[in-house]
Design a protein around this ligand. Sequence first.
Ligand code: SAH
Length: 408
Amino acid sequence: MSIDSTTTSTAQLPLVRIKPRRAQPFFGRHPWVFAGAIQIVEGDPAPGDEIILASNEGQFIGRGIYNPHSNIRVRMYGWDQETPLDRELWSRRLDEAIDLRRLLFPDASSSSAYRVVNSEADGLSGLTVDRYGDWLAVQFTSLALACRREEIISLLREKLKPRGIWLRTEKGIREAEGLELEDGLLAGEEPERTMFIEENGVSFGIDLRQGQKTGFYCDQRDNRAAIARYCHGQKVLDLFCYSGGFSLAAVKLGGAKSCLGIDSSATAIELAKANAELNGIGDRTRFEQGAVFETLEKFQQNQELFDVVILDPPKMVRHLKGIDKAIRGYHSLNRLAVDVLKPGGILVTCSCTGHVSREMFAQILADVAQRSHRPIQVLEARGAAPDHPVSTYCPESEYLKCFICRVL
Ligand code: SAH
């Protein structure tokens, strides 16, 4: 249908036309329209206004929200000419997201932790909602949905009835989106400083207000359970351990003989120690503050070897232009990890850098095998847990790769 034969529901909206031959990804429902793809903006939309996206010839593509301060000039939320981006649409999207989590966590309780809304992958670009027991931690990473936060928060209250909703902000979001937000209570009661959740039968203390991300890395839940089977009686090294997620799974679920966790953050190390005590496995775990590269180099020099090495580094780059540096970083990290693995040892290696694809990550491992003359067998190629779905419309929503390998 052509926009020039406008229907009443789209007639008053500003129009954003895509450059010739650049519209294909958006007909494919990609939610991010970068400034460089835009031919012209007609109708002078304000930041946060709904717009119609059309091809250069005026063919309707979809409905999005405009933000002149962001490189992602338009975020797309609807593909139907008749359906406006209103409360009803947000409500439907939230219902779809919540339905999936009810399917995944039918016995959810006050100690459950999972992602309720996963941004693009749930058709809500720039909104993540994590559930920690009876509280929700909400993040807005798009101005589009931040402008509609009262509507969204009231819908979340209605549908999930949390005891409270806490807003977490991401570093750099003011620069990226022109968004001024501050952490704080959005609704209901303030969360306790430390709350407790359970994952795969392991307990964790969580600081929803100040902990990393929104307090915990729920995306690794199934990977933590998966590594346990390789750990029985083993000596494990958990690098970038944060609050001890993998370490505790290795020891408590897997029956590892010992586990050493390393993280550069003192707060993370304190949390990890407390979590080990909480689970009654303080005697088989050790957590030390340190830098991973230096620690690995030290073990390599001392020829100290491990049966299992886990690598879960933070995101290496945000922009495509830093990609070579990221690849070099992953290469040297994995190379060092292989050097401290016994023959036949298990390497669990993760990458949460969206710009490093699964294929690129597999190639890095192939290069490491070649250079180190250590054959690497991939036993499991895994991703994020299913409460962090991936949208086929937005390949970038597949950010987490986790390979479990045997290194000969
Ligand atoms: N594996 C963790 C999550 C890791 S997040 C889990 O299962 O929960 C990445 C962690 O790496 C953060 O805790 C951060 O403090 C730490 N970190 C970042 N750079 C580091 C470095 N150079 N050396 C050691 N730790 C680092």
